[in-house]
Design a protein. Structure first.
Length: 307
């Protein structure tokens, strides 16, 4: 079945192909495929080079267990205002099919712990050349809730395990974060050094406050957290719960913050995925999204005493 949507005022056509396995979401520059049951990202291909995939689509059959993170998952910690202990929520721990609320939107309740005081919905969309990912979190309880950690796992193809050197260069990318709050963004650059790159920037007020390593099972054929598969990280918008616990005694890049939702209040946070025509054009692509960025012209001067 195929569904065609026209988004009024944006001159953008969203073409959603509904199959037993994947939902296709196509922007002007990117072809995305979502897992039809979890609605997490399975594939992200630049239209200018359709033989390349930023996502590890070729290895998804080995990354389909509980605890394997994908773009579109969410992690958070919350507590009732006035209490001390944080409660963890993680959409990847015990994965179940989400409840579809539209072609590419869903309520995440089936894949989250039961009886949590938060209602969480996720929506994928396109705007022009970009693919957007939004989460809306509503406090459905009668008391105020503090969210002290909110993370969006990032999974791109940095898996070298089992690949030849040539295949690794042809298929894989590296992710570099700029942990710069509202000016934060991710650079996803192909190891080949050529062709299109990808940038991930905030949608609305979604600061990159922290860059958190994601724990996964290391006893697998892909050797997570090894020399050939370093592992994945999460874009963290609030980090107070980590600075009070696991990161206590360290000096995080940014001070940890949290947000309080009163009864019935909601917040929406999200990420934008944009193709860059080349690695050298990444800064321009970031600037075009409205994300603040500093570019040295003609370059940077580094004191000799630094070496």
């Amino acid at each position: 079945m195929f569904v065609l949507h026209r988004i009024i005022g944006l001159s953008t056509i969203l073409f959603t192909a509904v199959s037993s396995q994947y939902l296709s979401l196509n922007s002007g520059s990117l072809n995305a495929r979502l897992n039809s049951t979890s609605q997490t990202l399975a594939s992200l291909v630049p239209k200018s080079l359709t033989t390349f995939d930023f996502s590890p689509f070729d290895l998804l059959s080995q990354r389909n267990a509980n605890g394997n993170y994908h773009v579109g998952d969410i992690t958070l910690r919350y507590r009732a205002v006035g209490t001390n202990s944080w409660i963890s929520v993680d959409s990847a721990v015990a994965r179940n099919a989400v409840t579809s609320t539209g072609a590419t939107s869903a309520n995440l309740a089936p894949t989250l712990p039961s009886r949590i005081p938060l209602d969480i919905t996720r929506a994928w969309s396109v705007t022009g050349a970009d693919v957007n990912l939004n989460f809306t979190i509503i406090n459905k309880s009668n008391t105020s809730i503090e969210i002290g950690a909110l993370g969006f796992p990032i999974e791109f193809n940095s898996i070298f395990t089992g690949r030849t050197a040539v295949a690794t260069q042809q298929l894989c990318s590296l992710v570099d974060p700029n942990i710069g709050l509202d000016g934060g963004y991710l650079r996803v650059t192909p190891l080949s050094g050529t062709g299109p790159a990808l940038v991930v920037t905030p949608l609305g007020h979604t600061p990159l406050e922290g860059w958190r390593f994601l724990e996964e099972d290391t006893n697998t054929a892909l050797y997570y957290q090894s020399q050939t598969f370093e592992g994945f990280y999460s874009w963290e918008t609030y980090t107070l719960a980590y600075t009070q616990n696991e990161w206590n005694g360290t000096s995080p890049w940014n001070p940890g913050t949290s947000v309080v939702l009163t009864a019935g209040q909601s917040i929406t946070k999200g990420l934008r995925f944009s193709a860059s025509s080349s690695i050298s054009n990444i800064e321009t692509t970031v600037a075009n999204t409205g994300t603040p960025i500093a570019i040295g012209v003609p370059g940077y001067i580094i004191p000799q005493k630094c070496f």
